[in-house]
Ligand binder design. Structure first.
Ligand code: GLU
Length: 423
């Protein structure tokens, strides 16, 4: 099997900085595809990056300045597309890396978009609803000149949701002097959002897990699952898998975790976490740490939090048969190689979590045509897109003798390169 970039590089920088990591992966993939140096150089540099200062009048009367970013990796294949995260660890390098991953992800599922990502360095849990709204609207005022339905279309990501998108699209429309619903996706359904968008990332992830399980002969009835993260993606994945009869035995979030060998009652956990704000302390199980979660004896491990959670430090502890990357970049390249060597099937992020951006694309189409689809139509189309992408990645995996992660990179990058080569 062709080994990936981690064999050739200093593990330290690759594991510490996602931007270094994704550049390494792109360079490696480009070499595998025989891409010309000039095109590789182009792909290693986002087309546009903007850093903004967002003043927010806090509830205590003080003025705080938050820093926000938007990185547009490619603006050549169509509008750029990608979420906005509100998180204390947001940096420019992280946003640039995430924008590159979005380019590759859109390539894997064949969407007519380039990649983008945005973020604000903040702790949204420390902000009141009013402060959060001011921050969201201020962010849009800052990036207004460089976004729009034909340029760059933001969406939710870590700690942002439909409500944040509602404020943002409203601010955008005010500045534009007309309603521009297609400027953002992941909006509330009443404001032009698509049915099925909220659970789309999780649903796409479940489709990929089901397809993979069938291929490796893993019977999913009663299969055990461990999930890191109980935000939009983690909680919806837990619910969908629970409804399908799988046993979710461990769940963690930033505050703590819960373990129950005979399966956690996910509906009760959803109610609990909605009320308490965390899964920690849930009465239907014992407490569980993140490192214990990664080491659980289970069939499927789903990292659904943030990047670089499974590293060379803890990859050896993983005992799952399948690692399904619902988060963006949760496994470092070095960790991926360790998992693959252990015989674990790693389902890569740019395939596994692409359901979100796919239904965002559906939402954008619905906004632009004014014709709104039923939930069933959204699901059917999502299934088609995910199944086609899975098959393409799996074929490259088999034909080229590379693992699924590198195969996904080859499919995603291949599409982008094809377009750039024609210029
Ligand atoms: N934030 C999601 C992602 O990382 C969705 C992006 C979008 O819908 O544009 O894929």
């Amino acid at each position: 099997m062709n080994t990936g970039p981690s064999q050739r590089t200093c593990l330290g920088s690759e594991e510490a900085n996602p931007f270094v990591a994704v550049c390494e992966e792109i360079a490696w993939t480009a070499r595998m595809l025989g891409v010309a140096d000039g095109i590789v150089e182009r792909l290693l540099h986002p087309e546009r990056v903007i850093e903004i200062s967002i003043p927010v009048l806090m509830d205590d009367g003080s003025l705080r300045i938050f820093t926000g970013y938007r990185a547009q990796h490619t603006l050549t294949l169509g509008p750029a597309k990608g979420g906005i995260r509100f998180h204390p660890d947001v940096t420019l390098d992280e946003v640039k890396a995430l924008a590159m991953w979005m380019t590759l992800k859109c390539g894997v599922v064949g969407l007519p978009y380039g990649g983008a990502k945005g973020g604000v360095t903040c702790d949204p849990q420390q902000l009141s609803l009013r402060e959060l709204e001011q921050l969201s609207r201020g962010y849009v005022r800052g990036i207004f000149p460089v976004i729009g339905p034909d340029v760059d279309i933001p969406a939710p990501d870590v700690h942002t949701n439909a409500r944040v998108m509602a404020w943002m699209v409203d601010e955008y429309s005010r500045l534009a002097g007309k309603p521009v619903l297609g400027a953002f996706t992941g909006k509330p359904v009443a404001l032009g959002g698509s049915l099925g968008r909220e659970e789309a990332t999780a649903r796409g992830c479940v489709i990929v897990i089901e397809t993979a399980a069938q291929l490796i002969g893993l019977d999913l009835s009663g299969a055990t699952v461990a999930i890191q993260g109980f935000g939009n993606v983690g909680s919806n994945a837990a619910r969908l898998l629970y409804e399908k009869g799988l046993r979710v035995i461990g769940v963690t979030d930033v505050m703590g975790g819960v373990y129950n060998e005979s399966g956690i009652d996910i509906r009760a956990l959803l109610d609990y976490s909605r009320q308490v704000g965390t899964v920690r302390g849930f009465p239907g199980g014992q407490s569980l740490t993140n490192s214990e979660l990664f080491a659980l004896d289970c069939d499927i491990l789903i990292p659904a939090a943030i990047e670089h959670q499974i590293t060379s430090q803890n990859a050896n502890d993983v005992r799952a048969k399948i690692v399904a990357e619902a988060a963006n970049g949760p496994t470092t390249s070095a960790a991926n190689d360790i998992l693959v060597d252990k015989g674990i099937l790693v389902l890569p992020d740019i395939l596994t979590n692409a359901g979100g951006v796919t239904v965002s694309y559906f939402e954008w189409i619905q906004n632009r045509t004014g014709l709104y689809w039923s939930e069933e139509e959204v699901r059917t189309r999502l299934e088609q897109v995910m199944a086609r992408a899975f098959n393409q990645v799996y074929t490259v995996h088999q034909e080229k003798g590379v693992d699924m992660r590198r195969a996904a990179y080859m499919v995603g990058l291949g599409r982008v390169v094809q377009a750039l080569q024609g210029l």
